[in-house]
Design a protein around this ligand. Sequence first.
Ligand SMILES: [Zn+2]
Length: 298
Amino acid sequence: MPKTLQEIADFYPIGLSSYGSIEGLELFSSKSIEDRIIDWCYKSQFTKKIAPTIERKIRNGTIVVGYLNDKTTYWFWKKFKNWIHHTVLGNPSLIINGYFSPDDNRIVILLDSNVNILGNAVRYIPNKLVHELVHYAANDNISRFLSVTMNKYLIPYYRTVITEISPNIGLNDSDLKSAIARVTNDNEGLYVNNANVYMSGNTWYKLLMKYKNKQDSLSIMNKMSLPYLMFIVGSAKNKYKNLAYKVMDDYYDGYLHLGFDAEDLTIPGQEFRFPSEVVAIASENDLGNGVASLINST
Ligand SMILES: [Zn+2]
């Protein structure tokens, strides 16, 4: 076992052992971590409704809360910033990352070596689990995911964002719905991949073309893609930074329209390609009954 992990294991009585891998990287966790998280998820108001599902997935290894070994940590962090389907919780004393790997069909809540899982850190975990479980559920069954979330989250969200970018565009629900379904089907379960970015762009562009001329549609679509390219992939040119921040506000307005302020929860961008991100963020704020049953059906 790597040195720092050994130190963690010595310091906290948690008995770390190997829990297989995610993206080829070995994970470490323990029975006492499992027990602690499960116990907390039953007690937390937030995860009460889905606690038996969380328990089942922790016991069968679908969800792992644990550590990577030291050798791979640096490499992981470097790679991680370009990964999608992840959430980060950071404060000066601890960092917890949630990540869903479509390839391994596994959720990992990755703990920093400073995190004492037997202490306060545990209270941050239920929200992160909900977030990743929404991505898991979308990937598990796209059409079920869309039917539960389309009217309550996705249409109001994307209508707000697009209307903020282009006021008076006047989209109709059924066109918007097919575009959202198309983007979801093209992307869920996939990594950052340029071909898919273009596919999403093309889908939004075709939707916008029904309402605007070619030039305007292209410009709206480019604006929509900007936070994703700037903040998630990091491929947008620096001169677009101010515009990216402006469009980021439009994405935040989408969350305000759903009834909450997402500024402490996320830096928007993934929404351009992954409609499940909208539902993951909204559910991290407040887990509705529909999404809770969706998670419980996985
Ligand atoms: Zn996410």
